[in-house]
Every structure is written in C-alpha cells, then in structure tokens.
Ligand binder design. Sequence first.
Ligand code: COA
Length: 373
Amino acid sequence: MIKAAISGTGLYTPPESISNEELVEAFNQYVANFNEQHSSDISDGIIEPLQASSAEFIEKASGIKNRRVINKSGILDPSRMKPFIAERSNDEPSIQCDMAVAAAKEALSQAGKQESDIDAVIIACSNMPRAYPALSVEVQSRLGIDGFAYDMNVACSSATFGLQAAVNAVENGTARAVLVISPEICTAHLNFRDRDSHFIFGDACTAIVVERMEDASGDNIYEVIGTKLKTVFSNNIRNNFGFLNRCDESGVDKPDKLFIQQGRKVFKEVVPMVASIISDHLKENDLSPEQLKRMWLHQANLSMNKLISKKVLGRDPNTLEAPVILDEYANTSSAGSVIAFHKYKDDIEKGNIGVICSFGAGYSVGSVLLRKC
Ligand code: COA
C-alpha cells in the first residue's frame, strides 16, 4: 500500500506590513471624515455616528499585532480603504500566480524535487482571481508541470481539504506527487470600513509537496497518518460576492459582497467543534492527547487557539505546542495553519506526532495528523 508524506513547504510573505496602530489611525481618520460629512444627519438622529477603533482592543480581542499585505498605501488611504492592485493583461501572470510560484519553488527545493517530479497542482484558497481559466492551470503552466491541475475553495479550510485530495491522489496512484498551494489575498475581500472586522486579515501564500513516502528524502519528512474533514452549514461567516451580483444592480457593492461575520457566535460554535474533531481523529488512530506534540492551528484568534488546545490536551498548552503566527500575519485564511507548520516544524523529534488543523467558513474543519519520520 502506498503511504503519502509531506516532504516540503514554502511560504511567500508580501514585503509590506501594517501595524494595528497604523491601521487604526487610518480607520479613525475615515470615521472622523464620515461623521463630519454627515454631521447634520447625525445631530438630527437620522444616522448614528461611526465609532472609533482601537489598537488595544484589536490585540486584546484577537492577538493580532500586525498583518502582511500586498498593497499598504491603498488600505491606509482614508478615502479609499482597499488595496490597490493593478489589473494585469491576459499576457501577464496573475498576481496570485506569482505568489503561488514563489511559494511552490521553496516547497520543491525543500523537498529536493524538480517540477518534472510533480503530477498535479491543487490551488486551494478562499478567493480565485477569475472564473476561468483555473488559476491552478496557469500555475501548472508557469512551473512547467506535465499533468493536471484544479482549483478548490473551502474558505479557511481550503489547504487541509486540498491536502486530503493530494494524499488520496498519491495513495491511490493517480499522481506521484502533488503541490497544494494557497495564495490568499484576504485584504481584497475585507471591508476596511467595518470596525468589527477591519483588523482581521492579512495576505500570504503557502505551498506543500505531498508525495509517496518511498520517494521522499531529506530531514523534514512527515508521514500523513490520516485526514479528517467536517462541514456544517452556517451563515455566521459569509461573503455574497459572486457571478450573479450583476443580475441585480441594487445589491452591487453592498457590504455583504465582502467578508462579514458574527465573530462571537463563530468563536462559541467553532471551538467545541474543532476540539472534538481533533480528539476523535486521535482516538480513531489509537493516539492519546499526550502523544500530540504540536498543534499547527488555523490562525484567526489567539484565545480561540488556546481554548481548543486546552480542550484537546486537558491542560494549557505551552507556546511550542501551539505555535502562534497570527500576531505577525493576522488571519491569512487557509494559509494560516500551513504558515505555522512551515515555521515551526523543523525542531520536532523523529517519531513525534503533530496535527495541522484549519477551521472557518462553511463551517469547515480539516484535521491532518502527521508523524515526523
Ligand atoms: N475597536 C474598539 N472596539 C470594538 C472594535 C474595534 N475595532 N470592534 C468591536 N468593538 C467593540 C464592540 O462594539 C463591542 O462593544 P459593546 O460590548 O459595547 O457592544 C465590544 O468591542 C466587543 O465586540 P465583539 O465583536 O463582541 O468582540 P469579540 O471579543 O467577540 O472579538 C473578534 C471580536 C472578531 C476578534 C472575535 O469574535 C473572533 O475572533 N471571533 C472568531 C472569528 C473567527 O475565527 N472567524 C473565522 C474567520 S475566517
């Protein structure tokens, strides 16, 4: 029987970053401008004044201190409040393709593999640049990979769902090796005018090489013990942007065409779901929580991750057991748990067990149990 392994990972980090303080300064300027422009409606009680944001609230509520972004100036311009990303011609590579190729090259080099060793490319992320042709096929072509490629979107859980698809392809023999790539430009679907969520997201891209255990070489090989996925429908994280928008002009550019969430409900409902999926996944593989040495969790909220780890381990985790990257990157959707894995996997001892676990819109949860070889 063929067993699959992860033999390399890569990360593309955008060069620009925005601190909480910078983000809040721009937001509060927008609020002051809005309230001044609407002062008579506000004093007549027709509309409520907008409220200021605070850097202290953001760090306390989420653990986020900073985010990496594709474009800083557009986001921090109070009259714009969105990244400026120039449209590219059909003859140029798309920006997500550039990010994907950079991350993929690092993953290939870590795995000691050439493009010719790869048979499939899965682009697994929350937002695609266009309807078609598939971004994955563009990336496949840029990398010069012979085989097949497809896109998939399961929001923040895209990478772990993509990993299951890659593991299945390798184990059933339809591909020798697969690249799973998550180019996330979350700032492009974030409403920077919404106080409740303007601080949540950042941009990044991750890549993972999944291949046959017998073909994997190097010092950082992880056997995939198993994958476990779960979805339960919820409207608490939603984005109504889509191809039907133009068919009803009244809805175009309304706030629901960007990311919206009921953060507190998501917190309460998702934490127990994630903890029970990881615990069940361990049990199904005859593993105990004591054997779990690392949890590379989705990076949305620090308290959420602490609570999930505590429920799974039966005690508070230390920082090495549940590494944090959201302080620097914010929530990078499906890339988050893979960034944590990429940055905090090399020091694990051979034979030790870890789990990559994503969770988010859908709701969706993906658990990938790994053993260091
Ligand atoms: N600055 C200052 N105050 C703010 C604020 C801001 N930017 N945003 C909200 N507040 C206020 C609220 O108005 C509220 O005030 P009130 O108590 O007077 O009503 C208070 O702070 C608490 O707001 P709330 O939204 O309940 O905060 P929270 O503690 O739930 O934290 C999140 C918000 C989003 C950080 C948190 O709910 C979260 O991370 N949830 C999980 C999200 C998640 O995992 N999503 C997956 C996404 S893919």
